[in-house]
Design a protein around this ligand. Structure first.
Ligand code: NAP
Length: 262
């Protein structure tokens, strides 16, 4: 990938599903794309399946592994230059519901996006975009009023959010999460926390746009064959948010470029 004036996008979980398609669409729009994947071989294979003109660069990045994120941050600082779009796409939807599922889900869907964003946000260019690939499942109607109010509290900061997520984990461990008003879904809580992170980061930085998007129910390994949307359609909303101009929305939640409720 040659250094140039071309805009640069970094996508996590770019080896398959929505991440791979977002890489394809971004490259088609003329971006240099760093396609990252948990496995270096998967990243190489996926990049090779896309536009083969050197505009898609494969790199290893396991968002749930602090050492991997640090190594990628060092590479980005040394070799990539200003980042125009960071797409936090990597995600898991694990079967079942217990403490292991909660920890495994949060470590990718919430802590992974937090870790990657904290590492790379300083490298994002003024007016650049950070996209949190969230889900309609992150909406807050299934929570107790008290928890909903805490998620939506305008004074919530990252420390407060970490404490809130920690309370969920502790409540699951103690078997009291339902009584406390939490849903029995690690995925829902991970995406609600990701959305809260979007609101917090957006408030903290006017320099960079931060938005959450829901791709809809998409035919991928995660969404399954019965899903209503193609991967092309689902990724379009991600790419929309990744390519917003400096006058674009900030701190919102969108599906197909239209605002939806938290
Ligand atoms: P997918 O086909 O299952 O792909 C998930 C991607 O995330 C894979 O590339 C996977 O890599 C990667 N990943 C998982 N753990 C990772 C880690 N620790 N580090 C780096 N990458 C990791 O799912 P998808 O449908 O494309 O989902 C993409 C995003 O859209 C997710 O955040 C998901 O929650 C969200 N979403 C999907 C739907 C839907 O209907 N499909 C709906 C709403 C939201 P490996 O190949 O290494 O596992």
């Amino acid at each position: 990938m040659s250094e140039s004036t071309t805009r640069l996008a970094i996508v996590t979980g770019g080896n398959r599903g929505l991440g791979l398609e977002a890489c394809r669409q971004l490259a088609q729009k003329g971006y240099r794309v760093v396609l990252t994947a948990r496995s270096a071989d998967d990243a190489k294979r996926a990049a090779a399946s896309l536009k083969n003109d050197g505009s898609v660069r494969p790199e290893q990045l396991d968002v749930s592994n602090a050492a991997s994120v640090q190594a990628f941050e060092e590479l980005a600082r040394a070799q990539l230059g200003p980042v125009d779009a960071l797409v936090n796409n990597a995600g898991v939807s694990l079967n079942g519901f217990d403490l292991n599922v909660v920890r495994g889900t949060l470590s990718v869907n919430f802590f992974g996006a937090l870790r990657v964003t904290q590492a790379l946000q300083p490298l994002v260019a003024d007016g650049g975009n950070i996209v949190m690939v969230s889900s309609g499942m992150g909406e807050l109607s299934a929570y107790s009023g008290a928890l909903r109010a805490r998620f939506l509290d305008p004074a919530l900061d990252v420390a407060g959010l970490l404490a809130l997520v920690g309370e969920f984990e502790s409540a699951v461990a103690a078997g009291t999460h339902t009584a406390q008003g939490w849903p029995s879904s690690a995925y829902r809580v991970s995406k609600a926390a990701l959305n809260a992170l979007t609101r917090i980061l957006a408030k903290q930085s006017a320099r960079v746009h931060v938005n959450s998007i829901c791709p809809g129910w998409v035919k991928t390994d995660m969404g399954g064959r019965s899903a209503s949307r193609t991967v092309e359609t689902g990724a379009k909303g991600i790419v929309w948010a990744a390519t917003l101009g400096s006058d674009g929305p900030h701190g919102g939640f969108f599906r197909d470029g239209k605002a939806i409720a938290w």
